[in-house]
Design a protein around this ligand. Structure first.
Ligand SMILES: [Zn+2]
Length: 276
């Protein structure tokens, strides 16, 4: 996938204050120089980040994707589906479930009941920091990848997933997880925007009907770069990362609350403790 971020000089690309403003809709890329996310140097004194087996570095590091203007969080205004239902209270599509639910389930039943594919979009621009097709869901489950357990190898019930990291500032990124996907069209490190389809709504993992489960958290940049969501270490890190109500993200009138939370997060951040 071509990354189209407009013109970035090598000197500007190294600036930690670099703001990749809302030029992602400036297409086609052929019309202007293309920047392939130049590598960002680590902060002085900080160890070089783990790059993982791909050898790629997390392109979200040291960047900010805030929108210029009065509401810098305006980049978070999209819903993952154009037409959708959200259950009352944003909880489960299925009332029978009582176990904790950390996201909002979006669905478009009229589409899938008519056999139509439902595509979904990222809520905000960002970098794909993890993804999984959940092969085991299809090995053990039905043709849609449905399984009856939240086992680790089913990505703890999330099934096929895409995790997009939106860097807010050098200290904090917002992570948006899209789960139960049937398939996705992204690769690790891709820059994605709300203008483009990133996957197909599915029902893989611990799921009973077609929907996209959206879960939003925020924390240090790079926390889930190339993470394997079938591992307990990733699961525990994800659950320990600050959760935020998607209603704070996708409704403009709530952006003040979210912005305050993001700004306060750094100073209030507790020292990470090793997992016993
Ligand atoms: Zn859900």
């Amino acid at each position: 996938m071509v990354i189209c971020l407009g013109t970035i000089s090598p000197a500007a690309a190294r600036s930690p204050d670099l703001v990749l403003s809302a030029t992602w809709h400036a297409r086609p890329c052929d019309a202007q120089p293309v920047a392939h996310c130049p590598p960002v140097e680590d902060e002085p004194g900080q160890p070089v980040a783990e790059t993982g087996y791909t050898g790629l570095q997390n392109p979200a590091r040291g960047r900010s994707l805030l929108a210029p203007g009065a509401d810098p969080l305006a980049v978070f205004e999209r819903r993952p589906l154009d037409v959708y239902i959200v259950p009352e209270g944003g909880a489960f599509l299925d009332d029978d479930h009582t176990d904790p639910h950390y996201g909002v389930d979006y669905a478009c039943p009229t589409d899938y009941l008519q056999g139509q594919v439902t595509y979904f979009y990222p809520i905000a621009p960002g970098f794909v920091t993890a993804r999984s097709s959940c092969l085991w869901c299809y090995v053990d489950g039905d043709a849609q990848g449905r399984v009856g357990w939240k086992w680790p190898r089913y990505n703890f019930g999330w099934g096929g997933l895409v995790l997009v990291e939106t860097p807010i500032n050098p200290q904090v990124s917002v992570y948006i997880l899209y789960a139960h996907v049937a398939r996705d069209f992204v690769s690790l490190g891709d820059f994605v925007t709300p203008d483009e389809i990133i996957g197909v709504v599915g029902t893989s993992g611990y799921s009973e009907q077609y929907h996209v489960h959206v879960e939003i958290r925020y924390g240090p940049p790079g926390l889930f770069w190339n993470a394997d969501f079938s591992q307990w270490a990733t699961h525990d890190r994800w659950m320990a990362t600050m959760f935020t109500d998607p209603a704070l993200v996708v409704y403009r009138q709530n952006h003040g609350l979210l912005r305050a939370a993001l700004e306060q997060w750094g100073p209030l951040r507790p020292e990470p403790q090793p997992i016993p």
